[in-house]
Design a binder for this molecule. Structure first.
Ligand code: BG6
Length: 511
């Protein structure tokens, strides 16, 4: 598909106009970890090289590893060379390194926070901003400690209109409903909701953000976006990677906790929410939370009939041998942790009543592919009885990654003397229109935190509603350990029970 070339097409619609973010100091707890080098720092380099960071922007890192400013900067330079691809971003990064400061210490040691406070005062005296973003990139067990210690050191109080203090919390936000509620309750005694930015990095993905634009800026789709025209919806996030070095985290998480209440439910809510009355963060978050509250909570019987769990055994992925989950590092050889999950959910509201939503995600699957597929109801086939062809349903596919785009499948006559139908695709690829930018997905997330824009972040209520929906599954799965693990071969599309989940409804996975 080519961009329409009429006179009303703007000159360069691919270039958004953005101003530099508000000045601030970014304090990263756990700065020595993978997240900083692979995602946060490259994202900051991309922002900086596009003129989107304040000229006095600087970073203070806190972590247990024993570096000082000099040795940590040397590490960062190596990381820039490895992970920052764009030359301009690299150049910016090599300058930014000189404005990175390192505090080595234990997150539970109050002295660390005194040193941090002193450092922030010194930086302020040297023209850095008094605004602070405290980014929790530390293991989940430390979140409460860090927040409490920051508060004890009086680092969280802000002065409206003068300077801000914000906390940015990485996922996982709790490990079940009770712990998520506890963490929310604690944070809300220390700061206000508007000071908290709960990250779900899927919301930094352009195609996920585009769901809102696609639905609400096109008159074409919204009128048919309901149970009247939609047969069912499939959401798949398939990964080819295994748990890699994250065995000890994954043993406490599993696919359900790791992916469903956050990434999959974000996509579900964006697909199903009602149009917001404006694009303000409050309105959008309210609509997302509202639709999530409409998801039917599974009864124990439904957990058994509408959910499938799986764990990969050894296999081959793209010709390379893959060990089974139980042989991965830091994983118990008898582990009953799931690496795959499929669910069938229904929503109890006017728009979506009786429309099944099939969600699935897994590690070590046949392909790295994330897609949302909407299958429309078929039209009557009476006209085409002679074609001996049952009319195939129209499909709208939203490609999230690695390819980004949207396609619409419909029926067309196959050329020839007989009336025969074939399926064809109308396809839009992001890269054809907008090029491919070197982005990590964290650029927008960081930029928005600096500007205090909550649109892409979770409200406490959304997090708790999501956990409330998966809690019955966690309970039943916990009470009934799986007896057939491992039940899928690495490099395949998951356990056969997941196929049955759809076959029982006369459907198949479309990916
Ligand atoms: C993370 C999960 O939140 O998302 C990982 O903890 C998963 O297990 C990752 O691999 C997937 O995100 P992305 O952006 O790599 O698709």
């Amino acid at each position: 598909m080519k961009q329409h070339d009429d006179l009303s097409t703007p000159k360069d619609p691919t270039q958004p106009i953005r101003n530099p973010a508000e000045p601030c100091v970014l304090v990263i707890f756990g700065i020595a970890g993978d997240l900083t080098k692979r995602l946060l720092f490259p994202a900051l380099c991309n922002l900086g090289s596009n003129g989107l960071l304040d000229k006095n922007f600087c970073i203070v890192g806190v972590a247990i590893e024993s570096y000082d400013d000099k040795s940590f900067r040397a590490e960062l330079i190596k990381d820039i060379n490895e992970f920052v691809t764009d030359p301009a971003a690299k150049e910016y990064g090599l300058q930014l390194v000189n404005r990175v400061y390192y505090i080595s210490g234990d997150f539970s040691d109050s002295n660390v926070y005194t040193r941090l406070k002193n450092k922030l005062s010194d930086l302020e005296a040297e023209k850095a901003s008094r605004n602070c973003l405290f980014y929790f990139a530390a293991p989940p067990d430390f979140m409460e400690t860090i927040a409490t210690e920051l508060s004890k050191a009086s680092l969280l109080s802000e002065k409206e209109g003068d300077y801000f203090r914000r906390i940015v919390v990485e996922k996982p936000f709790g490990h079940d409903l009770a712990s998520a509620k506890k963490l929310n309750a604690l944070l809300l005694t220390l700061v206000s909701e508007k000071q908290i930015f709960r990250i779900d990095h899927f919301l930094g993905k352009e195609t996920v953000q585009n769901l809102l634009a696609f639905r609400f800026s096109n008159g074409l789709f919204e009128p048919i976006w309901s149970r009247l025209y939609i047969d069912h919806v499939q959401i798949t996030v398939a990964e080819v990677l295994g748990v890699e070095k994250r065995g000890s985290y994954y043993e406490h998480a599993g696919a359900l906790r790791d992916m469903v209440p956050n990434h999959l439910f974000q996509m579900l809510s964006l697909i199903t929410m009602e149009p917001p009355s404006s694009f303000s963060a409050d309105n959008i978050r309210a609509e997302k939370a509202k639709v999530l509250r409409a998801v039917q909570t599974l009864t124990p019987e439904e957990v058994l009939s509408q959910t499938v769990r799986g764990q990969y055994g050894p296999g081959k992925i793209n010709g390379v041998e893959q060990v089974g989950y139980r042989s991965e590092a830091h994983v118990s050889p008898e582990s009953s942790v799931e690496t795959y999950v499929a669910l069938k959910l229904f929503l109890d509201n006017w728009r979506w009543l009786h429309v099944p939503f099939y969600l699935r995600t897994g590690k070590c699957m046949a392909a790295h592919q994330s897609e949302i597929i909407i299958q429309f109801k078929s039209g009557p086939s009476t006209l085409f009885v002679d074609a001996h062809e049952k009319i195939k349903p129209n499909l709208l596919r939203i490609y999230i990654q690695p390819e980004e785009g949207i396609s619409l499948r419909f029926n067309a006559k196959i050329p020839g003397p007989k009336v025969e139908l074939g399926q064809v695709d109308m396809k839009f690829k992001y890269s054809d229109y907008f090029g491919i930018k070197p982005e990590t997905g964290y650029e927008t997330i960081l930029y928005d935190c600096m500007n205090g824009d909550h649109l892409l972040f979770n409200h406490a209520e959304m997090v708790e509603t999501a956990w409330a929906l998966v809690q019955p599954i966690l309970d039943i799965w916990g009470a009934l350990p799986p007896r057939d693990f491992p039940n899928y071969t690495a490099g395949t599309w998951g356990p056969k029970e997941a196929d049955k989940l759809l076959e029982n409804d006369g459907r198949i996975w479309l990916l």
